[in-house]
Write a protein that binds this ligand. Structure first.
Ligand code: PLP
Length: 397
């Protein structure tokens, strides 16, 4: 089954008004199938999880189905799927739990390529116990994160290496298996921020070597909440603070309060939607992998067109040129403020915002201060006309 962008676009009511959305890295648009699943969960008769009434069973099924969907999306154990308010919250929660076992001479490694949500929680958790933070920079020209630079910061005292699966501004996809191998060799855990990688790649958390992997369904057609996955055996060893009547089972031990059932139904629908993008294989994991490979091909092709167009514009400066990347361009235009370009494009119905996008350290490292630059990210629903409108819109300035 081929990937058909026209078919995909017809599923997204938000595209009907002609807006070209390049802000997928901030949150994707939503297909009607996902919105319908959320509405159906909310209107079917829903109680708290249980086994006596139909409404209780429905809530229970929603949770079980969502863990199974995430396991098919990421190649992980459904019992290791933890739902949270956001990826940021999941990372904060886990950093605090892990820090309970750290001592003053321990170390954590963070990178300047990461979104602040995979930096600050570790910096603050380290501060709370007097542990040391080791920083890894990236190449300012290519935006590559060198494995050797990570290795250089590792020691027998490293407890956690926090690293992104893909930069949400520069698109860089670090060599995670090599980083994980180096981290594991000194006994450190690897916490991967997969928020920007998951919408753009076929993910296999075990092959990546991630001990923890976070993602956010609202970046891949789903509703606004977060997820972190880990091996259930690793989760068993960790003990977050919890309410007395709340279960101590894994993964529920890590989930505070009542789960957002309707959002979980939406997350399942988002995974089902992805699985059906370009595959009709009998099992969902295979459909996800085949479809995501087709998405990668579609996005790579369009991204080449975008880069070619942007490179042809006088005075446009593109930041970074990593070899393995998501279809995400970070750029500024000489003589124009980012805000001016952003507003000009918005006036043309082309949404490509400017910000540091919370990749604050990356923005500073590139010499862009806290301001950042413009970002154009592709999504499976992006087509050639969108790309051409973006390029032409900047050219017309
Ligand atoms: C790479 C990356 N990590 C983390 C986050 C934070 O995700 P959430 O909003 O689910 O906390 C974002 C959001 O933009 C992101 O792009």
């Amino acid at each position: 089954m081929d990937f058909d962008v026209a078919r995909v676009r017809s599923d997204f009511p938000a595209l009907d008004d002609g807006t070209a959305y390049f802000d997928g890295p901030g949150g994707s648009q939503v297909p009607h199938q996902v919105a319908a699943a959320i509405a159906a969960a909310m209107t079917a008769g829903l109680s708290n999880r249980g086994a006596v009434t139909a409404a209780e069973r429905r809530a229970d099924e929603v949770v079980v189905e969502a863990r199974s969907a995430v396991s098919d999306l990421l190649g992980c154990d459904p019992d290791g799927v933890v739902f949270a308010r956001s990826a940021t919250q999941a990372t904060y929660d886990l950093s605090r739990v892990l820090a309970q076992e750290w001592a003053a001479d321990d170390q954590v490694v963070v990178t300047r390529l990461d979104h602040d949500s995979n930096i600050r929680p570790w910096v603050q958790a380290a501060e709370s116990v007097g542990a040391e933070v080791r920083w890894v920079g990236f190449d300012r020209d290519t935006a590559e994160l060198a494995v050797d630079d990570v290795r250089a910061e590792l020691s027998e005292r490293t407890r956690v290496v926090a690293v992104t699966g893909a930069s949400n501004v520069l698109g860089t996809r670090p060599d995670l298996p090599a980083i994980a191998e180096a981290a594991h060799a000194v006994g450190a855990l690897v916490y991967v921020d997969g928020v920007h990688l998951t919408p753009h790649a076929a993910v296999d958390v075990k092959a990546l070597g991630a001990d923890f992997f976070s993602c956010s369904p609202y970046k891949f057609f789903g509703p606004h909440h977060g997820i972190v996955v880990a091996d259930p055996e690793l989760l068993e060893r960790l003990h977050p603070h919890k309410l007395l009547p709340a279960t101590d089972r894994v993964p529920e031990r890590f989930e505070y309060g009542t789960l957002p059932y309707e959002l979980l139904a939406g997350a399942t629908a988002a995974v089902d939607y992805i699985a059906g993008l370009a595959s009709d294989a009998p099992d969902r994991r295979t459909r996800v992998l085949e479809s995501m490979r087709a998405v990668e091909e579609h996005e790579d092709r369009l991204f080449s067109r975008l880069l070619e167009g942007l490179r042809g514009i006088d005075g446009l400066r593109l930041y970074g040129a990593p070899a393995r990347r998501t279809p995400t361009a970070f750029f500024s235009v000489e003589g124009r403020s980012d805000r001016e370009v952003y507003e000009h494009l918005a006036g043309l119905g082309v949404n490509a915002p400017a910000s540091n996008f919370y990749a604050l350290e990356a923005s500073r490292w590139l010499g862009l201060g806290d301001t950042g630059a413009l970002r154009a990210g592709l999504a499976p629903y992006t087509n050639e006309s969108d790309v051409d409108r973006l390029v032409q819109g900047i050219r017309d300035l």
